[in-house]
Design a protein around this ligand. Structure first.
Ligand code: LLP
Length: 410
C-alpha cells in the first residue's frame, strides 16, 4: 500500500495515534516540533532583503510552547488583541517584538498598547481620531486596503470594498490631515487581504501596498501581510507554494522600492497558517456508523467545537484512518457529535473502510484549529501534545475539565 502522508513525513516519530488518544483523551491535537521549526525557517529565509522581519500571526495557534519555539526561531509576532499580546509576552516575546494589528478596538485597548510600548496599527479614520486624542504626538501604523482581495472562502477575504478591513487609498488626504492635527508620526503601513493565496495574487497585493507607501515620506516599515497558502490536498499530491519564486520576486520588489524611497525601510510579513497548519494533526474517535438513505456517516467526537473550519468555510482537510482494515475507497461523510446538521468534517469523502473504535487523523489542523475551538454543547476543549525534535512526547495543554467550563459563571 502507498504510504500515508504522515508516514511519508514521519509525523508521529514512532508514536501510535491510538495510544496517544488512550493516554491523553479523544479528541487530541498533536503537533510536530520539527515541522513547526521548518516552517518558521522557510518564512525567515523567504527573501534575502536584509531588513526583513517575520511576525507570526499568533491567532493561528497561540499555544505558549509553540510561541516560545517561534521566538527561539527568531520570529516576531502579530497580535490582534490584548489577550494575544499577553500570551505572546508570557511566551517570551518582548513588547518590541509585537505588532498589534487592531480592528475596531476600544480606547482602553489602545491604551494597553501605548502603555507597554507595543506598536499599534489602526484601520479606520475614526480609530485614528480616537488615538490622536488619546496619545497626541505618538507613533502609529495604519492598515490600508488597496482593493485586491483573495482567499479560500468569502469569510476570509479582507481586501476590497466588501470587507470591513483597512483604509481605502481615497482617504489618504483625511489621514494626512489627522496626522497633522494630532502631530502623529506614521511609522508604518500594513495590509492583509486574505488567506490561502497563490504567489501572483500575493505579489499583486504587495505592488498595491507599495503604491500607497509612496504617499508617505517618513515610513520606517511596510508590512506586507500574511495569507501564504499551504497544500491541504496532500493526498492528491498538491504542491506547496513556490517560495523560491515568491522570495526572489519579493527581493526585487523590495530592493527596487527602497531605492526609489530613498530611506532605509524594514519589510515585514505576517504568516499564520503557513507557520502552524502543517505541524498539527487532530485525532478523533469513530463512535458510530450509520446509513441514512444514500449517505453513509461515520459519527465521531470531532465536532465543530473542536475544529470549525470545515463547517465555517467548507474547508478541506485530508483524513487518515488508523486501523488495520483494507478495502476499496468508498464515500463516507465524517460528522461530529454536536447537535447541528452543519457539524461535519467531510462530506462523501472516499475513504478506506471505517468501523466503530477507529481513530481518524485530520491533517493540517495546526492553524485555526484549537485557536477557534469552543465549549459549545459543553464539550471540553481537547488536550494538546507536542512531539519534540528527538521524538520525546510532552503534553502542552491539558483538556478542559467540566469544572473549567462552569468556572466563570456566578
Ligand atoms: N495578518 C492579519 C492582520 C490577519 O488578520 C491574519 C489572519 C493573518 C495575518 C494571517 O493570515 P494567514 O497567513 O494565516 O492566512 N480562520 C481562517 C483564516 C482567517 C485568518 C484571519 N486573519 C481559516 O481557518 O482559514
Amino acid at each position: 500500500m502507498k504510504p500515508s502522508v504522515t508516514e511519508t513525513i514521519n509525523f508521529y516519530q514512532g508514536h501510535d495515534p491510538a495510544t496517544l488518544v488512550a493516554t491523553y483523551g479523544s479528541p487530541l491535537y498533536v503537533y510536530n516540533e520539527n515541522i513547526f521549526r521548518q516552517r518558521c525557517k522557510d518564512m525567515k529565509n523567504l527573501t534575502s532583503y536584509p531588513n526583513f522581519r517575520v511576525n507570526y500571526a499568533i491567532k493561528a495557534n497561540t499555544n505558549l510552547t509553540l510561541l516560545g519555539i517561534a521566538k527561539e526561531e527568531g520570529l516576531h509576532a502579530d497580535v490582534s488583541s490584548p489577550g494575544e499580546a499577553i500570551a505572546a509576552l508570557k511566551a517570551g516575546f518582548t513588547p518590541d517584538d509585537l505588532f498589534f494589528i487592531a480592528n475596531n478596538i476600544s480606547a482602553e485597548e489602545m491604551s494597553f498598547a501605548i502603555e507597554r510600548g507595543i506598536t499599534l496599527s489602526l484601520d479606520s479614520i475614526s480609530q485614528l481620531e480616537t488615538y490622536g486624542k488619546l496619545n497626541p504626538g505618538g507613533k502609529i501604523a495604519l492598515r490600508f486596503n488597496g482593493g485586491v482581495g483573495g482567499g479560500h472562502h468569502e469569510n476570509v477575504i479582507t481586501g476590497g470594498d466588501k470587507t470591513k478591513f483597512g483604509i481605502r487609498a481615497v482617504f489618504i488626504p483625511e489621514v494626512k490631515a489627522l496626522l497633522d492635527k494630532y502631530n502623529l508620526q506614521l511609522i508604518g503601513i500594513n495590509h492583509h487581504f486574505g488567506s490561502q493565496n497563490p504567489e501572483e495574487l500575493y505579489l499583486a497585493g504587495v505592488e498595491e501596498l507599495l503604491s500607497i507607501a509612496r504617499h508617505f515620506e517618513n515610513l520606517e516599515f511596510i508590512d506586507l501581510g500574511g495569507g501564504f497558502s499551504i497544500p491541504y490536498h496532500k493526498q492528491k499530491g498538491e504542491a506547496p507554494m513556490n517560495l523560491a519564486y515568491l522570495g526572489q520576486t519579493l527581493t526585487k520588489y523590495l530592493t527596487d522600492f527602497t531605492k526609489e524611497y530613498g530611506k532605509p525601510l524594514t519589510y515585514m510579513i505576517e504568516p499564520g497558517r503557513y507557520i502552524s497548519a502543517e505541524c498539527g494533526v487532530l485525532l478523533g474517535t469513530v463512535h458510530s456508523i450509520k446509513q441514512n438513505g444514500e449517505t453513509k456517516f461515520a459519527g465521531t467526537d470531532l465536532g465543530f467545537s473542536v475544529l470549525v473550519r470545515t463547517t465555517l468555510y467548507e474547508a478541506h482537510h485530508d483524513i487518515e484512518v488508523y486501523n488495520s482494515s483494507e478495502g476499496p475507497l468508498t464515500p463516507i461523510s465524517i460528522v461530529g457529535n454536536q447537535c447541528e446538521s452543519g457539524d461535519y468534517i467531510a462530506k462523501s469523502r472516499p475513504l478506506p473502510p471505517i468501523k466503530e473504535g477507529d481513530i481518524l487523523g485530520i491533517l493540517d489542523a495546526g492553524a485555526y484549529g484549537y485557536s477557534m475551538s469552543s465549549i459549545y454543547n459543553h464539550r471540553p476543549r481537547p488536550a494538546e501534545v507536542l512531539i519534540k525534535k528527538d521524538g520525546e512526547l510532552i503534553q502542552i495543554r491539558r483538556r478542559d475539565t467540566y469544572e473549567d467550563m462552569l468556572a466563570n459563571m456566578l
